[in-house]
Write a protein that binds this ligand. Structure first.
Ligand code: MN
Length: 234
């Protein structure tokens, strides 16, 4: 094969215990905690809905390190959304919720960074969210902990601090659509592949960060994710 330019490098996330998880697609679930749905102006249990980010939105942060993102272009309202991320190790279609754990490689702490002003404008106009959600460096993530190491994640605190102040706090047990149900619904719409990541939604408290801020997200049993916000790249 003779490529006309160098193909992009494989995007990968470190795995606790060794190795790298190669990323295929990034799926994200919208409004999956009741208190966050309410803060975004919705109520009740609606069917889950999904959007995607490109794999190269990943900013992988190794254990014990502090990652960084550049403040993105076009926005004046860059929001943090702390989320449990599910890493798929075995693909499939029409996966029943009861079988979902067989398809999970592991879990990580992630941030679904959002240009909220652009997303809101697109919502108003009934247009796609890509510009608000799917930009570069919009998906920081910590190391993947294999399910074999800690079992299924069905409860446990999830929180985000910015500059030492708590912004978001919840529990995985509050997910409207739990991980296994999410995999069932997602795999009815797309054929899941090894390497897919699923950002499962965020609890209430989403708010803006500015250059110079330090975000520290954590989920019980999965450690923490530290990401600094740098000034806009020139
Ligand atoms: Mn989100």
């Amino acid at each position: 094969m003779s490529y006309v330019f160098a193909p992009p490098a494989v995007v990968a996330v470190p795995v606790v215990g060794g190795g790298e998880f190669p990323v295929h697609r990034i799926y994200c679930v919208g409004r999956n905690y009741a208190d966050h749905a309410v803060e975004m102006g919705y109520s009740g249990r609606e069917p889950p809905f999904f959007f995607l980010k490109p794999a190269d939105a990943i900013v992988a942060v190794a254990a014990g390190e502090t990652g960084a993102i550049d403040y993105p272009t076009l926005t004046r309202n860059l929001h943090h959304e702390i989320e449990l991320v599910v890493a798929i190790g075995k693909g499939g279609r029409h996966i029943a919720a009861a079988d979902a754990p067989d398809h999970i490689f592991g879990y990580a702490v992630g941030l679904d960074m959002t240009r909220r002003d652009l997303q809101n404008e697109m919502k108003k106009q009934g247009r796609p969210w890509c510009i608000g959600k799917a930009f570069e460096q919009s998906a920081p993530i910590g190391p993947v902990l294999p399910i074999a190491g800690g079992g299924e994640r069905v409860r446990g605190g999830i929180r985000l601090e910015v500059n030492g102040q708590t912004r978001q706090q919840g529990d995985l047990a509050e997910l409207i659509w739990n991980v296994n149900e999410t995999i069932e619904q997602l795999s009815a719409a797309w054929t899941l592949q090894p390497g897919d990541l699923i950002y499962t939604g965020t609890p209430a408290g989403v708010a803006a960060v500015v250059p110079g801020d330090l975000m520290v997200g954590s989920i019980d049993g999965l450690g923490s994710l530290r990401v600094a916000v740098r000034p806009a790249a020139v």
